[in-house]
Every structure is written in structure tokens, then in C-alpha cells.
Design a protein around this ligand. Structure first.
Ligand code: PMP
Length: 961
């Protein structure tokens, strides 16, 4: 599409200083390459400032009477664009504090600001003073210039044009430039402004003339019914034979390449998604895609014929949830169908394009109501600050760009039956189509924000959105509504004759924008972002959620006096609905960090590809089993994949009984091994008062700080192990089937006995006829910092190893690895199978976790950061007498609080208070141990030194308080 070149009158200082222009002038600025905004250069200056790229000669800064000037030098620019020229100015009718000011400052060839000569510059109030740096190197400025920058507040930006060449100039704001020159009339033949379709008067052929065009151009006769159109003249054609067509006499300002693009796009859609309800373009009998018709005004009008789509535009208030979802789906399908489409005219520039919102600033003055005008200006300010910088990174393609309620037809079943009007098609971010659909299909509804969520859910069911797109959606909707309001009022001024149409397009937009502002744009953005995730639940306020939870899940425990409401996690951080982040020092499930992309991807892809049970041949479960085998002593050669630690321990218990013929078990005094009936019996931590299953014997955990044997006594650990003998004696005739050992004794208070304990315990258990089961559910997967499995340093070879919790980084998966001779005791006819156990999704998650642990060196990280944290905690112990003991390995650390270091009375209450106080500081810890006086630090293994420092700093303050 060619653009006219307009040589705009150069403003003089005098004219700027005059009463008419002073403080009331905006600029029309062009950049090389076609973009038009002063903001482009502003953005470049900001980027440079943000990146601290203050290089002398490239851009420089002057203090200017309390203002700062930023000069964008050669080579700066956004997306390879640079300012070319200021080509005009116009009255903005802005609020006094929002006045951009145009100065025709001239820059000398050496870069200094001087008296007017040569190049032109733009001066603007800078919306982000904090981004404008002061530089002590440059203090001088031409006094005449300083005088002229006479603005009441705020820094100003000077954008220095790179090239002055009016031949590079293109004009987009015809009507506005026109307003500068009151002698110019409306669009007319030969008027360069006629090049702007929005500024160009729509065709207005009489009925008979239209019929004749149809006959001459397409050999078709029929009755014509006028249809609505913003800038074209549209008719429905009913032929005598009962056929229906859409007949469109286009605006002469629509250039032929643009019309060609529309025709090509319709053909492309037909090819890619033939089921999409769009019109088919019907060529002229001679094969031309449209007919050229001379109008009475001397202009040439293209006339086109299309198939007529069934259905009708619906009142937005009549749309059901299903209809709204269908609109969302169709919008997404349309985007998909156009994904591979390209046309040289796709750089079609149109003011309705949301991405050009800042270009509307000069016409905000047309909004008569000051508060409405201020509201729209707020949307623009935010758009420039937060949206525009992100837009260039979004997926972009040719989009429809005008999914307005009058362009989407619905059938009797309220499903989309037609999408019409491809006249606004342009190359823009894909998500803009969704934003337009939300804004323009839903305004006028009282529940527009709720309905938007339905529309979004329909869209993402077809095309998931990327994070940046989802995050910008609410802003883009607000931007479109702002454009609706602005352009409708502006057009009303320019084309009073088209008042009905313009007013129609405005109705409801202000109310929708009001409701977004009332709810808070950030809050709406969060809701939309949630809806984009396609999750099947709705956000709920924390207080009401807690109430609902109490009623529906009365026995599900919650941490903390003030439970934490979490919506998302990333790495070592968790986030609440308000976006506040919490440092996760407690959770071992997300072992490779919350939301690790490799695991997320593995799970999502596998779920999409195949999710079934394990009774078919599939690679994932086999690879997982082989990988687990490779991490264990060779005798541990049989893998059974299940769903939880409890299930794995339960199965281990069954196998142990079958293999030994015995019926008794040993566990430590405060152990936890699971939730099922069998594993609950093995979990003294959870026994009710007086509960003690007869088949379970307990031994004291090897607590060298407060137990019967202390670390300073020789052979203390082995002495704990020796308790196995008497405990088994207590089992009587049942005999010992197995001892379950969590090698880190997590529930017992996080103990780290020397390797000799496990060694001696295993030796005795075997001598007593039992099996040794290492429960690695807590301590495994690299947490201890030396090996993947925490029993490894002891050199023992357990008969079974149980793994779970962190295994899928949150996806439920657990496993039991057992020696085949032990497993052989289970009768062949007993099938060891669990429906979800070892399903491809779980195995994909588990494989991804193992790969990440290895690739990211997380075992080493656990040792390194865990060591740093341990040192820091020991240093705290020096200063805080309440810390009786600090112990643990890798990233599984315990801090035992005591009332008194001599008596070692557990400071259980204080431990609780510390955890609560840390929670209030958004650092999540827990407690453990029989007395609940041990602070439990067990973060994801991606924990870093600075996370550890944050814990130490806060813990120190809390302990000092
Ligand atoms: N064993 C140990 C050592 C555990 O810590 C747990 C869970 N805390 C389990 C077994 C039970 O695992 P799950 O909750 O997955 O059933």
C-alpha cells in the first residue's frame, strides 16, 4: 500500500510560543520504516537508560531547569526504526498535566541543542521520570531553548531525529493534519488524506446504481438490502432463483493490494480449514477478483461479491455461555487458519489496530467528557509503559482484527455460523484477535468480565496462549475499549452523517472499561491470565476458600495459624493470589524446583500423547526402571512402579512377609511410613494415644543430641542399633519380617547418625531373620548431597528401596526396587499391578526429574548450598542459646530449639512461634521431631546461597525478637 508524502508546515518557535499552541501541541512523527510514534524513540531512550548504556556521543542527558533532556542519537531506535521527521502538530486539548509539547528544537551537527536550524526534534513530557537519568557531564544548554521549555512539571524528553528527509515521510493522520489547516475541506479527489480509509467518506451509491454495478460487474440481478458498514457500502443480494450473496462496494481508499490480500486470505482459509464459516469470494465472469466502478465523485470504487453466510449478529446480551465459548473457539480457529498466510499488503496500517493505540493520543481531545478522557489517557499511559515494550516479542501473523459483534454471525443453535468483514486484516500479535473479540463481542453485558473468561476458555481450548500473551490480555482488552471510545467520538466529529454507526460502536465500551477499572486492571489481568490457563476451577477469595475447605474437607490438615493460599510456584518460590512470593524451605516434592519446564513439558506432552496403565508395552516405564536400577547396587534389580510412598511401603511390607514368612516389623520410635492400614501401623508418629499395633516393635532413633546415647560417647550409634535385638524379642513368635528405616530419620527429628548406624542395624536385622527396607521417600533423590540415595554412604545393601514424594516433582509416582530373589517369594499368580502405577505420564515425569537432577548438578548443589546453610545455622547457634542443636546433611537440616542448653527441655512452643513468624516474613518452614521442637528445613534442591542467606537473616531476626 502506498502512502502519500505530506510536507507538513514546519512549526516556528513563535507559533509554539503563541497563546494557541502553548502547552497544547502534540506531534505527528514519522520514523524510517513506517512506524509513526515519538514513543518509539522514547522507548529506545528508556531501554538505553534501563540498561545503563549511557555512552557519551551515543546519547546524552542534560539537566534543564529541573527537567531532563534525553537525546536519542544516531543508531538508537526500536526495531531498527529511527525517527525521521516531525511532520505536523495539532491541538491536543489535553488536561494540563498531560500535555505533550512540540518544540521545533534544532540540533547542531555536533549534537548540541541550538537555535532552530536543520533537524527537528520532539519534546514530550516523560511519563516515567524515574527512568530519566541525570548526568553531571552535560550542564550547558542554549538559553533560548531553556526558555522555550516552559512546562509546569515533569521531565521532558528530546527525541533527536536521525535523518531529516521529508521524502521519507508518510502521513497516517490525515484528518488530524487536516485539522491543522482549517481551509482544507473533507476528503476529496486528489486529496492525499483520502488514502486513509477511516478518514475517507464511505461510498453512497443509490439503489439503482448499485444494482447496475452488480449487473455489469458480475452478471447478477436481484433485490438489494442495505447492510451496515463503517466505511464500505454493503448489500445483501437475493436473486430470483433464491440465491443469496453479499455485495460490497468498497471504500476507494482501500488500496487494491489490500483487497487482494483479503481475497487471498479467504482462499487460504478455505484451503486450511474448509469448515470455518467464512465467505468465499466470487470473481467477476472474466476472472477478475473485483470490478472497478467509477463513482459520481470521480473516485474509483472496487465492487466485490461474496457468498452469503447464514445466521445473524446477535445482541451481546443474548449470548449464552455456550455461544461465547463458541466465539472463543472460532476466534482461535481463525487465527490458526491464517497462521501460514502472508501477503505483501499485510503491513496494512489501521488505527483500530490495538498495537497502534498510542497513535490515538492526539485525538483524545475529541472525547467530550473530561473524566472519560482521563480514563482513556490512563489506559494509554499504561499501554505505553507496560504493553508496548512487550508487543514486539509476541507471536504475530495476519489476523482478522475486527471480531466485533456485527462481524460474527450466529445460527439458531447459537454457534458461530459466519465471520465477516476482513477489512481490518493486518499483521499484528495473534492475541489481539482474542482481545478484540472480548472487547467488542461482550461490551454491553453487565457480566462482561465473567463472560470474557468463558470466551477465553473457548479460545485456549483450541490455541493455548503463551505467558506473555496471557499476561497482556486484559491490557489489550482495555486498549481496544479505549480505542473504541476514542475513535467513535472522533469519527462522530469527522462524519456526523455516520453518527448512528459510530455511536453504536461506542455503546457499552465505556461501561466495560468502567467495570475493568472498578475491579482493577491488575486484578482483571490476573483473572484473564488464569482463564488462559484453561484450569477447570475459579479463583476464590482466601477467606471464603478457607471456610469452604473447612466444610468440605474437615480432616485435611493445613499448615500455619494463617494458612497460606498459593496459586503458583517457580523454582524455590511460591506465590499467593496477590502475587506475593514465599520462599519455599519446606517442600521436597518439587525437588527440581516448582514448575520446572522440563518436567512440565514431559508431563504435558506425555499426557497428550498417551496416558494409560502399564499393561501395554511402553518405553517410559522400562527406561525408568532401567535408570533406577543403574543408580542402585546390582542386586536391587526388580522395579515396581506405584503411586505413593504409602503404596510402595505397603507393598514392601507384603513382600517382606511373603519372603520371610515372618509377621513382625521394626521401626524407629517416631517414624512415618505412610497412610494405608499397613503403613499406618508402621508409623508411630501418627499413632493415636495408646495405639500400638502388636506386630510392630520400635527402637529408639539414633538421636545423639538428646537420646540415651550421645555423640560424645564412643560407639553411640551402634548402641542404638543394638536395640533391634530386644525389640524383636518383643515381637515373640511373629518373628521379624523387616525393619523400615528412613536413613535421615526425618520424622524422628532429622538425625544424621554416622554410617556405622545403618551398617550395624542392617547386620542385626538380617541376623534376626528380617529384611532391610530403606525408605528413601524423604531423603532420596539427591537431598543428602552425596548420593542419589541416602543409604549409600553406609555401604549397606538394602533388600528393598522405597522412593516417592520428589520422584515426579509433584506428579504422583513412587517405586519399590527389590532384589529379585526376595520378590520371587510372591506367588506367580499374584499380580503386582496398580492401575495408575507406572503410567506413561508418571514415568515421563520421573525420567525428567532424574535427568534434571543430573544435568543441573542438583546433588552437588544440595551439598554446596546445604553446607553453606549448615554453617550459617551453626553461627546462629553461637548467638542464640535457644538453638540447642543443628544437624543434617545436604538440604535436609534440623534446628533443634531448647528451653535450656543444659536440661535440653524441648522449646516446642517457641519452635511453633518461629515457624509462624517466618511464615509472616514469607519464608516457609515446618517443625518435626517427637516434641515438634525441631525446625525442618527441606527446600527444593534448586535452593541457592542467596536463598539460604535470606533464611539465616530472617531466622536471626526472629530469634532475636
Ligand atoms: N515414607 C516416608 C519417609 C515419608 O516421609 C512419607 C510421606 N511423608 C511416606 C513414606 C508416605 O508417602 P506418601 O505420602 O506418598 O504416601
Amino acid at each position: 500500500m502506498t502512502k502519500n508524502v505530506v510536507v507538513a508546515p514546519t512549526m516556528t518557535n513563535e507559533s509554539l510560543a503563541g497563546p494557541t499552541w502553548q502547552g497544547r501541541i502534540g506531534a505527528i512523527v514519522l520514523v524510517r520504516g513506517g512506524l509513526l510514534l515519538a514513543e518509539a524513540a522514547e522507548e529506545a531512550a528508556e531501554h538505553a537508560a534501563l540498561a545503563g548504556k549511557c555512552r557519551r556521543g551515543r546519547w546524552c542527558l542534560w539537566p534543564l531547569r529541573g527537567y531532563r533532556c534525553v537525546v536519542v542519537g544516531p543508531g538508537d531506535g526500536v526495531h531498527g526504526l529511527c525517527l525521521v521527521e516531525v511532520i505536523g502538530a495539532f491541538d491536543l486539548r489535553h488536561e494540563p498535566d498531560q500535555i505533550p509539547v512540540l518544540h521545533d528544537l534544532r540540533f547542531k551537527t555536533n549534537g548540541a541543542v541550538g537555535v532552530p536550524f536543520g533537524l527537528t526534534a520532539v519534546v514530550q513530557v516523560h511519563p516515567h521520570p524515574e527512568l530519566v537519568y541525570a548526568s553531571p557531564q552535560h550542564v550547558g544548554i542554549d538559553a533560548a531553548v531553556a526558555q522555550r521549555v516552559d512546562h509546569p512539571a515533569g521531565p521532558v524528553l528530546f527525541h533527536r531525529p536521525k535523518v531529516a528527509g521529508l521524502r521519507d515521510c508518510k502521513i497516517l493522520f490525515g484528518p488530524m493534519a487536516q485539522r491543522l489547516n482549517p481551509s482544507a475541506g473533507g476528503p476529496s479527489a486528489g486529496d492525499p488524506l483520502a488514502d486513509d480509509p477511516l478518514a475517507s467518506a464511505p461510498p453512497a451509491f443509490a439503489y439503482e446504481a448499485a444494482q447496475q454495478i452488480l449487473r455489469d460487474g458480475f452478471g447478477l440481478t436481484g433485490s438489494l438490502t442495505a447492510l451496515a458498514g463503517e466505511r464500505d457500502q454493503n448489500f445483501r443480494v437475493d436473486t430470483a432463483g433464491g440465491q443469496r450473496f453479499l455485495f460490497k462496494i468498497s471504500n476507494p481508499a482501500d488500496t487494491r493490494p489490500v483487497l487482494d490480500m483479503q481475497t487471498a486470505a479467504l482462499r487460504h482459509i478455505e484451503q486450511v480449514d474448509p469448515g470455518l464459516p467464512v465467505m468465499r469470494a466470487i470473481p467477476c465472469p472474466g476472472g477478475d477478483p473485483w470490478a472497478e466502478v467509477a463513482g459520481p465523485d470521480g473516485r474509483t470504487y472496487p465492487a466485490r461479491l461474496f457468498t452469503f453466510l447464514p445466521g445473524r449478529p446477535m445482541a451481546v446480551t443474548a449470548l449464552t455461555t455456550e455461544a461465547i465459548r463458541s466465539i472463543g473457539q472460532t476466534t482461535a480457529r481463525l487465527g490458526r487458519a491464517l497462521r501460514g498466510f502472508f501477503h505483501p499488503a499485510a503491513d496494512y496500517e489501521i488505527l483500530w489496530d490495538i498495537t497502534r493505540l498510542p497513535a490515538l493520543r492526539p485525538i483524545l481531545g475529541h472525547i467530550p467528557d473530561a473524566s472519560r478522557r482521563a480514563q482513556v489517557a490512563r489506559v494509554l499511559d499504561r499501554f505505553e509503559a507496560q504493553v508496548a515494550p512487550v508487543l514486539p516479542g509476541l507471536r504475530a501473523q495476519v489476523i482478522h482484527a475486527d471480531l466485533h459483534s456485527s462481524n460474527v454471525l450466529l445460527g439458531e443453535d447459537l454457534q458461530v455460523s459466519g465471520i465477516v468483514d476482513f477489512g481490518d486484516m493486518t499483521h499484528a500479535p495473534l492475541v489481539c484477535d482474542l482481545a478484540v473479540a472480548i472487547a467488542d463481542m461482550l461490551y454491553g453485558r453487565d457480566d462482561a468480565i465473567d463472560a470474557a473468561e468463558d470466551l477465553i476458555s473457548g479460545y485456549v481450548a483450541v490455541t493455548p496462549l503463551e505467558d506473555d500473551e496471557a499476561g497482556l490480555l486484559a491490557d489489550l482488552v482495555a486498549a481496544r475499549l479505549a480505542a473504541d471510545i476514542t475513535l467513535a467520538t472522533w469519527r462522530l466529529g469527522v462524519y456526523p452523517d455516520n453518527a448512528a454507526y459510530a455511536a453504536g460502536s461506542e455503546a457499552g465500551a465505556p461501561a466495560f472499561l468502567d467495570s475493568i477499572e472498578a475491579a482493577g486492571l491488575d486484578a482483571v489481568a490476573e483473572r484473564f491470565r488464569d482463564a488462559c490457563r484453561g484450569l477447570p476451577y475459579r479463583r476464590s477469595a482466601t477467606a471464603s476458600l478457607a471456610g469452604r475447605r473447612r466444610r468440605a474437607l474437615p480432616r485435611s490438615p493445613l499448615f500455619y495459624d494463617h494458612p497460606v493460599h498459593l496459586v503458583r510456584g517457580e523454582g524455590a518460590w511460591l506465590f499467593d493470589p496477590g502475587g506475593r512470593r514465599y520462599l519455599d524451605c519446606y517442600n521436597n516434592v518439587p525437588v527440581v524446583g516448582h514448575g520446572h519446564p522440563r518436567v512440565v513439558r514431559a508431563v504435558a506432552e506425555q499426557q497428550r500423547l498417551l496416558a494409560t496403565h502399564s499393561r501395554y508395552l511402553h518405553e517410559a516405564i522400562v527406561e525408568l526402571a532401567e535408570r533406577l536400577q543403574a543408580t542402585l547396587p546390582p542386586a536391587l534389580d526388580s522395579v515396581i512402579v506405584v503411586n505413593s510412598g504409602s503404596e510402595a511401603n505397603d507393598l514392601a511390607w507384603r513382600i517382606a512377609r511373603a519372603a520371610t514368612g515372618n509377621a513382625g516389623a521394626l521401626v524407629t520410635e517416631y517414624a512415618y511410613h505412610g497412610l494405608t492400614e499397613a503403613t499406618h501401623a508402621l508409623s508411630p508418629e501418627e499413632w493415636a494415644a495408646g495405639e500400638r499395633p502388636a506386630h510392630v516393635g520400635t527402637v529408639p532413633a539414633p538421636d545423639g543430641y538428646r537420646g540415651a546415647y550421645r555423640r560424645d560417647q564412643a560407639g553411640w550409634a551402634e548402641r542404638y542399633a543394638a536395640h533391634a535385638d530386644e525389640a524383636v524379642a518383643g515381637l515373640g513368635e511373629r518373628g521379624l519380617a523387616a525393619m523400615f528405616i528412613d536413613p535421615a530419620f526425618t520424622a524422628d527429628g532429622i538425625l544424621a547418625p554416622p554410617p556405622s548406624y545403618l551398617h550395624e542395624a542392617a547386620r542385626r536385622v538380617r541376623a534376626l531373620g528380617g529384611l532391610v527396607i530403606a525408605d528413601e521417600v524423604q531423603a532420596g533423590h539427591g537431598r543428602c548431597g552425596s548420593h542419589l540415595w541416602s543409604f549409600r554412604p553406609s555401604g549397606i545393601e538394602p533388600d528393598m528401596v522405597v522412593m516417592g514424594k520428589p520422584m515426579g516433582n509433584g506428579f504422583p509416582v513412587a517405586a519399590l526396587v527389590v532384589k529379585s530373589d526376595v520378590l520371587g517369594a510372591v506367588p506367580e499368580e499374584t499380580e503386582l499391578f496398580s492401575t495408575f502405577g507406572g503410567n506413561p505420564v508418571a514415568c515421563a515425569a520421573a525420567l525428567a526429574v532424574l535427568a534434571v537432577i543430573e544435568d543441573e548438578g542438583l546433588v552437588e548443589n544440595a551439598a554446596e548450598v546445604g553446607g553453606h546453610l549448615l554453617d550459617g545455622l551453626r553461627a546462629l547457634q553461637q548467638r542464640h542459646p535457644v538453638i540447642g542443636d543443628v544437624r543434617g546433611e545436604g538440604l535436609l537440616l534440623g534446628v533443634e530449639l531448647v528451653e535450656d542448653r543444659q536440661t535440653r527441655v524441648p522449646a516446642s512452643g517457641q519452635a511453633h512461634q518461629v515457624v509462624e513468624a517466618m511464615r509472616d516474613r514469607r519464608i516457609l518452614l515446618g517443625t518435626t521431631g517427637p516434641a515438634g521442637n525441631v525446625l525442618k528445613i527441606r527446600p527444593p534442591l534448586v535452593f541457592q546461597r542467596d536463598h539460604a542467606d535470606l533464611v539465616l537473616e530472617n531466622l536471626s531476626e526472629v530469634l532475636s525478637a
